[in-house]
Design a protein around this ligand. Structure first.
Ligand code: ZN
Length: 184
């Protein structure tokens, strides 16, 4: 590691041994990496420049302010609960009840391009499956919000958990489609 890389490219604090991640032309410390959206994969971060990562973290701070100013209620409870704001203009997929602390990404219902329920299998075991919801967005920061629906990973096909996950995914999708007036 050269001297330039001993400091975070965003906040310039010294890097810790673990938890830092590389972007295209720099490196983010554990704190800055932790502020990124969970919907941004490590691969996507690797393809972004330091300037783009700065924009992303600015977006994340604005997101927190938006969360403080809007009022959300639960629409469909689950591993990720679907929350919708009172104007039905915004939604989010929260993991905890403290949405501001979690800094859940707030999306506009009008930015939804597509909603898919998908199954992902382990390559060596076709009976072990995860049910996912994948939302394509017209959002410069988050192009795709993908969540796993089943509480525990790798559930058995056609088990009760499987059927429950399919139902929950379909219910979230239906709720979002209703918010958009059936445009998807
Ligand atoms: Zn940093």
């Amino acid at each position: 590691m050269d001297t330039v890389n001993n400091k975070c490219s965003i906040c310039f604090k010294p890097l810790t041994l673990y938890g830092s991640i590389s972007c295209k032309n720099g490196i983010l410390c554990r704190d800055c990496a932790g502020k990124c959206s969970p919907f941004l994969s490590e691969q996507q971060i690797m393809e972004k420049t330091v300037a783009e990562m700065r924009e992303h973290l600015e977006y994340r701070e604005k997101n927190r302010e938006l969360l403080k100013n809007l009022h959300f209620h639960k629409a469909v409870e689950g591993r990720n609960t679907l929350y919708v704001d009172d104007s039905a203009e915004y939604f989010l997929l929260g993991k905890s009840d403290d949405l501001v602390n979690e800094n859940c990404d707030v999306f506009r219902t009008s930015d939804i391009e597509d909603i898919l329920v998908t199954r992902s299998y382990q390559s060596d075991n076709e009976d072990s499956v995860n049910i996912n919801l994948s939302i394509s967005l017209n959002n410069p920061q988050i192009r795709n919000a993908k969540i796993r629906i089943n509480l525990f990973p790798d559930i058995q096909r056609n088990s009760n958990e499987y059927k429950q996950a399919i139902r929950t995914a379909a219910l979230i999708r239906k709720n979002l489609k209703n918010l958009m007036g059936g445009n998807v």
